[in-house]
Design a protein around this ligand. Structure first.
Ligand code: NI
Length: 261
């Protein structure tokens, strides 16, 4: 059982817009995990980082009706040698709803900035060609990320947003969504509450980035989509709303962005 009393909901209203269920930490939980999640979760997007994990994301999506896949080349996985063509072929799958996770990571810098920008731009161009949204990873690369998004204007989401209020305002102006995860429940989330306050209703998404970033009081533990209830609770507090309203609103937004009927 993954559901403790604090995570229970009356109905499946959670939409997790960003996860990594291909992670080996979920391996031994098998289908049981998804059967349990179905009691509170109506949708999950699981993201690929290279060809192999994008394939894994698609096979999870084939197996579970409420799971959808994103395929892409993550900046830390450029070394895998995955090509744009490989991702393009996978993106044509009927349960692929986005190109992701793609973007820039200047914290780990496992590739040069120039190479990361080159791959990011090719992923954005692919998304535009296929009329899919992008799921953007931006770690310590706010300036270049914003510049590239302004130049190409893709539709999509900046996931696990960690920029300033000023950057959030620019993302909002582009009509892009802002993904808020478990970090909002951490005591050291300094700028994020101010960002959460200004996101328009129609551009707010919630996510886990599981198996990482479990919200408090589960910080450091294995995270799953059901824990989004705690993230939504915190967002509701900041926006003077209710947990249920935040979950319904963000599920509606996710379905619109990912074109899920
Ligand atoms: Ni991620």
């Amino acid at each position: 059982m993954i559901y403790t009393n604090d995570l229970k909901l009356d109905s499946p209203i959670i939409f997790d817009s960003h996860s990594h269920y291909d992670d080996e930490r979920f391996n031994d939980m098998g289908d049981e995990l998804f059967r349990e999640l179905k009691s509170t979760v109506c949708g999950i997007v699981t993201c690929g980082c290279d060809e192999m994990s994008s394939r894994a994301a698609l096979s999870l999506a084939e197996k579970h009706d409420f799971v959808y896949a994103a395929v892409g080349i993550h900046p830390e996985s450029i070394g895998s040698g995955t090509t744009t063509e490989q991702i393009e072929n996978l993106a044509k799958h009927k349960k692929c709803v986005a190109i992701g996770e793609v973007g820039l990571d200047y914290y780990w810098l496992s590739e040069t900035k120039e190479r990361q920008i080159e791959v990011f731009e090719s992923m954005i161009m692919l998304a535009k060609r296929l009329d899919l949204p992008v799921i953007v990873h931006d770690r310590d690369a706010h300036g270049d990320t914003l510049e590239i998004l302004k130049r190409h204007k893709p539709k999509g989401v900046v996931h696990c947003f960690s920029g300033s209020v000023e950057m959030a305002e620019e993302i909002i102006k582009l009509g892009m969504y802002i993904g808020v995860g478990g970090v909002i429940t951490f005591k050291n989330a300094k700028k994020l509450p101010d960002v959460v306050r200004i996101i328009p209703d129609e551009l707010l998404l919630v996510e886990t980035d599981c198996p990482y970033l479990a919200p408090e009081p589960y910080r450091g533990k294995l995270c799953h989509s059901g824990m989004i209830k705690l993230t939504a609770q915190k967002i509701a507090e900041i926006r003077e709303s209710t947990t249920e309203e935040i979950l319904k609103l963000t599920a509606k937004n996710a379905k619109k962005l990912f074109n899920i009927i």
